[in-house]
Design a protein. Structure first.
Length: 276
């Protein structure tokens, strides 16, 4: 019985922590109680414990709670243990330098994307924040707009270039399962929400060897993406180059294809799963 109570308390604590992480400006005990359905006394007790450990911070003047810096520290341990980041780093930096465009490395996580590493203007920055998980990002100095992507952010596989690139390496039955279990909706007016159209898109990606995101996830941004297959030809990782639509013309896409695929091949070889 005591063990069940402990597990319940952990579940509640994680609910609170995840809710706080999604909040941009922090939350009060009352708003957390309303959001999670937990009694205020339970919220207060759990927050007090997490504050003591540094996972949550409380503003003494406003009594607003926010996710604490301890989470950043813990996330850095995870990043340090992601071998792919270190193995891919040099290739990603060369890709950014030769294209002057924003580079992403992503990892598939169930049906989503999570940024956990970023290099911005040569400075290493750690950020705390299902689908595809962005695990490395390099901002190109040529960007005229700031893209919405940030480390830790998740996005669905079906509406991202990197997601479609990954899905194209899977069996059709697996892709259909992802589609049927995703909350398919239009993120923009360009998002593919028709099942038949989506599978035609996946077939096209298989033929081309790369995927495009034509403002399907974020208006004003277009990207070209390539999956990094393992020795079986199946991918859990992908890389992309993103730019404002004003610059990412069809001609620019054609120019970026070769350096993108070269970086993909380098990373695949570094991971020991190259088929190229």
């Amino acid at each position: 019985m005591a063990e069940q109570s402990t597990v319940q308390s952990l579940d509640r604590a994680f609910d609170l922590l995840e809710t706080l992480c999604r909040s941009r400006n922090g939350m009060s005990i009352g708003s957390l109680s309303a959001e999670t359905g937990l009694h205020k006394s339970t919220v207060h007790r759990l927050l007090s414990s997490m504050c003591a450990r540094g996972y949550v911070q409380r503003d003494a003047e406003t009594s607003v709670y926010r996710a604490g810096m301890r989470l950043c520290e813990m996330s850095s341990y995870i990043v340090d243990n992601l071998d792919i980041v270190e193995r891919a780093r040099a290739s990603l930096e060369r890709l950014e330098q030769c294209t002057d465009e924003t580079v992403h490395l992503v990892m598939r996580d169930d049906k989503d994307i999570v940024y956990i590493h970023k290099v911005d203007n040569g400075s290493l920055v750690m950020r705390d924040e299902r689908d595809v998980v962005y695990i490395h990002k390099i901002d190109g100095g040529n960007s005229a707009i700031r893209m919405f992507s940030r480390i830790g952010m998740r996005l669905p596989l079906y509406c991202t270039g990197v997601g479609k690139a990954i899905l194209a390496t899977w069996d059709t039955a697996e892709v259909r399962d992802v589609w049927q279990h995703s909350d398919v909706h239009a993120w923009t007016e360009h998002t593919i929400v028709d099942e038949d159209a989506f599978f035609r898109e996946i077939d096209k990606v298989r033929q081309l060897g790369y995927a495009l995101d034509n403002e399907e996830n974020e208006l004003g941004v277009r990207c070209i993406a390539a999956a990094i297959p393992d020795y079986r030809g199946r991918a859990s990782y992908a890389i992309s180059l993103s730019a404002p639509v004003s610059r990412m013309t069809d001609q620019r896409v054609a120019e970026l294809r070769a350096p993108l695929m070269a970086a993909r091949d380098e990373i695949a070889r570094a991971l020991g799963g190259s088929r190229f």
